[in-house]
Design a protein around this ligand. Structure first.
Ligand SMILES: Cc1cc2nc3c(=O)[nH]c(=O)nc-3n(C[C@H](O)[C@H](O)[C@H](O)COP(=O)(O)OP(=O)(O)OC[C@H]3O[C@@H](n4cnc5c(N)ncnc54)[C@H](O)[C@@H]3O)c2cc1C
Length: 324
């Protein structure tokens, strides 16, 4: 039975979380299909990654090349396509990340395997791939059936699947030679720039008071920030708050912002779209204030207050002062 490929995503000397999430999915699908999963690792000087991955999967396929030191979708496409042609996997899993979205469609077109993007569920009916995609900002789930093919591709939404646990597997490590010859000028890696952190780093905060579009306007921010400070925490926000310039980008929690795991996450006027929730659901305690009792944020909250935030914040402010 053909194997399941999981493309390893790594950056700046670290394997990204999405890789472990896909490895768990790959292993599960492979065991149901009676096949095996293979981590596909492209990079330069990645021996330590290969050894780590071999503990979590049946096989690690490694291609080392200086041209693979930094992600370049053109180089990755060439190498991955040549591995697919050689091994004919049943399914290739790639992260639904900036990296994966750049790469997967090109590989799909080159190889001719159908691609389902942004999957939150994957299964096989016989040899036929079925996928679940969350659409319209998480309001609807679509069950997708893909045309029959000898192989399939899927990009997997980060933060949806539990990651593969530290394992005791002893997967084989197989080195493949690189098919790359000479550099490609169309697209070049120039420099890696980490967005500068000005002010507080919300990823390190133990208490986060996060505001959404529901606060209605920036005039409420000073009062909410004061509550955050009194509690010993920091203020953060959803994306529309940044889009409206009420708070700077570095305060944004979400898939296109920061991932946070504080002890307490207080969400004020935030609906709970998956793009936000994915990046804060690891918080120890989540408290939500929202005037709509059906707001999805209550689905992940440990405590919920259904009320206008303007009724709650003054009380919270007094209580927080009392705690000082
Ligand atoms: C590619 C992509 C990437 C994205 N990345 C991110 C991201 O990184 N982070 C992110 O947050 N979003 C992101 N989004 C946007 C996301 O889909 C949602 O639109 C966004 O999270 C909604 O923000 P919100 O909850 O602040 O606003 P809304 O969805 O408008 O929710 C406002 C909430 O406030 C409540 N409310 C209104 N008035 C009050 C009141 N007086 N008191 C109490 N509650 C009140 C309402 O009931 C509602 O639930 C992304 C979207 C896309 C397409």
């Amino acid at each position: 039975m053909a194997e399941i490929f999981v493309l390893v995503e790594h950056r700046q000397g670290k394997i990204r979380d999405i890789t472990y999430e896909m490895l768990a999915v790959g292993e599960k699908l492979a065991s149901l299909q009676g096949s095996s999963s293979t981590a596909v690792l492209l990079g330069h000087n990645v021996k330590n990654f290969a050894e780590e991955l071999a503990l979590k999967t049946s096989k690690v396929l490694v291609v080392e090349d200086t041209l693979l030191e930094y992600f370049n979708s053109i180089h990755y496409q060439k190498v991955l396509s040549s591995l697919i042609i050689k091994y004919q996997p049943l399914l290739i899993l790639i992260g639904h990340t900036a990296f994966g979205m750049d790469l997967a469609p090109n590989v799909s077109v080159e190889i001719g395997f159908p691609l389902v993007t942004d999957c939150i569920g994957l299964s096989f009916e016989e040899n036929h791939l079925k996928a679940v995609r969350s659409i319209y900002g998480g309001k609807i789930n679509a069950n997708v059936s893909v045309r029959e093919s000898k192989g399939y591709m899927a990009t997997v939404r980060p933060g949806v699947f539990a990651p593969a646990m530290p394992g005791d597997k002893k997967g084989g490590i197989l080195l493949e030679s690189s098919p790359l010859q000479g550099t490609i000028d169309v697209k070049k890696f120039i420099e890696y720039i980490e967005a500068p952190i000005t002010g507080e780093d919300i990823t390190q905060a133990e208490i986060i008071v996060s505001v959404g579009q529901g606060i209605g306007g920036p005039e409420h921010i000073p009062m909410i920030e004061e509550v955050a400070k009194t509690l010993g925490g920091v203020i953060a926000c959803s994306r529309p708050v940044v889009d409206r310039n009420w708070l700077p980008k570095e305060r944004q929690v979400g898939i296109s912002g920061k991932t946070v795991k504080p002890k307490v996450y207080l969400a004020i006027g935030i609906s709970g779209a998956f793009q936000h929730v994915t990046a804060m659901q690891g918080s120890e305690t989540i408290i939500a204030i929202n005037k709509d009792p059906r707001a999805p944020i209550f689905g992940v909250a440990d405590y919920g207050i259904v009320d206008d935030f303007q009724n709650v914040i003054p009380i919270l402010k007094e209580k927080a002062k009392g705690m000082k």
